[in-house]
Write a protein that binds this ligand. Structure first.
Ligand SMILES: Cc1cc2nc3c(=O)[nH]c(=O)nc-3n(C[C@H](O)[C@H](O)[C@H](O)COP(=O)(O)OP(=O)(O)OC[C@H]3O[C@@H](n4cnc5c(N)ncnc54)[C@H](O)[C@@H]3O)c2cc1C
Length: 411
């Protein structure tokens, strides 16, 4: 049984590993480079606007079972909404609601009133080759892009889930998302967005849970190098000194792919990334605004009407990174005003560009994802970019941390 496990990185993968190991009775220390835990899934007080915001609005689905287990383990009861998804076509104002029901099977595809307007059962059955599997291919080779189903559902869904232009996306990752959510019926697709902020759900309760149980969490403690002796990691080096890793200790490296590649010589890992832009507006939405709206044919892709603010998400956003921030904030505000039928001047806003939000979910990058084991038996990898079978999501990060923890013998 390891005496102690050092976890590098306090993002969701690292926190998930820490929770799992602590539950198994193993002592952990978490070393986080920054002043804050949560990594790419975090909240903060924005001094410029006075808003409490997330780096990006995150959507969880009820089918994300490792994430749900994690939340329950740290004392959070996730409260999912019904699986009704409102969409608007920004080109003509047409709107529709996709009603996935509450069953365990995707029976909604048989009901013309529930499925995407102007689609037929046959359109959905044409997706079977994608779901059956086979080699990982770009989606452009697998799905018919000249259909209403593609324009109104598959494209927005895949851009959001894979964070890439859909035609380049990995068919394997797309199929796995569908298997874990859409194919399991509405019960696995109920959405949850975090009104009080991501940290209140995923991060702060985990830190409290861990410290109450004796875990050590060190901030501003960036791992600079791993030392190896006798084919094992023997020490971890930080700016303020080295910590010896005893022969029966272990290390879980739960840092982003680009950081892991610099710490582990010869590691093959994804090396291309895609951006996500979020814009938060300090404006209470009109009463009755739908909580969440998917938008096609505009810049904005998802609008979230929180109680005291409106947030907009744009995935696969690399094309917009060079646009002046003010211009993008104004453009998206006009789009939101149209869609939510409001007439208000641009309020205070904050725009967050996450340049390396996720690895690029192409077949080529997906093939570069390593598993949790490394050539050193006491070093394990975790992170949304490791080979979890899912794109870079909360579920992938939490699953990877749990998997790395489960590889460490607990007695
Ligand atoms: C804007 C945005 C929107 C998103 N939307 C969604 C969504 O709607 N739904 C969804 O499921 N997912 C979403 N995601 C993806 C999700 O946030 C990530 O998959 C997840 O947070 C990744 O967690 P992680 O622990 O693998 O990595 P990270 O969060 O990157 O954590 C790694 C941690 O390691 C630390 N670190 C790095 N180097 C070192 C070092 N040398 N020493 C010590 N610490 C180090 C970092 O500071 C960081 O805290 C979104 C991501 C972004 C950016």
């Amino acid at each position: 049984m390891p005496r102690h496990v050092h976890i590098i990185g306090a993002g969701l993968a690292g926190l998930s590993a820490a929770v799992r190991l602590t539950k198994a009775g193993i002592g952990v220390s978490v070393h986080e480079a920054t002043r804050q835990a949560g990594g790419r899934c975090r909240s903060y007080d924005d001094a410029a606007t006075g808003m409490h915001i997330d780096n990006g609005t995150h959507l969880l689905l009820s089918g994300n079972h490792c994430a749900v287990d994690y939340l329950k383990a740290i004392g959070i009861a996730p409260d999912f909404a019904p699986a009704d998804f409102r969409f608007v076509d920004g080109a003509n104002g047409e709107s529709w609601i996709l009603r996935l029901g509450d069953g365990n099977l995707p029976t909604w595809i048989f009901d013309a009133g529930s499925r995407v307007p102007r689609t037929a059962l046959l359109d959905y059955l044409k997706l079977l080759p994608l779901l059956i599997g086979g080699a990982d291919r770009p989606l452009r080779e697998v799905i018919d892009r000249d259909s209403e189903l593609y324009r109104r559902l598959l494209d927005p869904l895949m851009v959001a889930a894979l964070n890439i232009d859909t035609p380049s996306g990995s068919s394997k990752l797309a199929a796995q998302i569908a298997r874990e959510t859409l194919l399991r019926g509405g019960r696995a697709c109920r959405p949850l967005v975090f009104e009080q902020g991501l940290s209140t759900a995923f991060v702060d309760p985990a830190l409290a849970w861990l410290t109450e149980r004796g875990a050590v969490i060190r901030f501003e403690h960036e791992l600079e190098a791993l030392s190896v002796a006798d084919q094992k990691v023997s020490a971890i080096r930080f700016r303020d000194g080295e910590i010896a890793v005893a022969p029966d200790d272990a290390v879980v490296l739960a840092v982003p792919a680009y950081a892991a590649a610099t710490l582990v010589p010869g590691l093959t890992a994804p090396d291309q990334f895609r951006a996500i832009i979020n814009i938060h507006y300090d404006f209470a939405p009109p009463t009755g605004s739908p909580f969440m709206t998917g938008v096609i044919n505009r810049n904005v892709e998802w609008i979230f009407a929180f109680r005291h603010r409106i947030s907009a998400t744009i995935s696969h956003a690399d094309r917009l990174l060079t646009l002046p921030r003010q211009e993008l904030a104004e453009t998206v505000w006009r789009e939101i005003s149209d869609i939510l039928e409001m007439d208000a001047p641009l309020p205070k806003w904050q725009l967050v560009r996450e340049r390396r939000a996720t690895f690029a979910a192409t077949p080529e990058q997906n093939a570069r994802r390593p598993g949790p084991r490394t050539r050193w038996p006491n070093l394990f990898l975790a992170g949304d970019w490791t080979d979890t079978g899912l794109p870079a999501t909360i579920e992938s990060a939490i699953r990877s941390g749990r998997r790395a923890a489960e590889m460490i013998p607990s007695g």
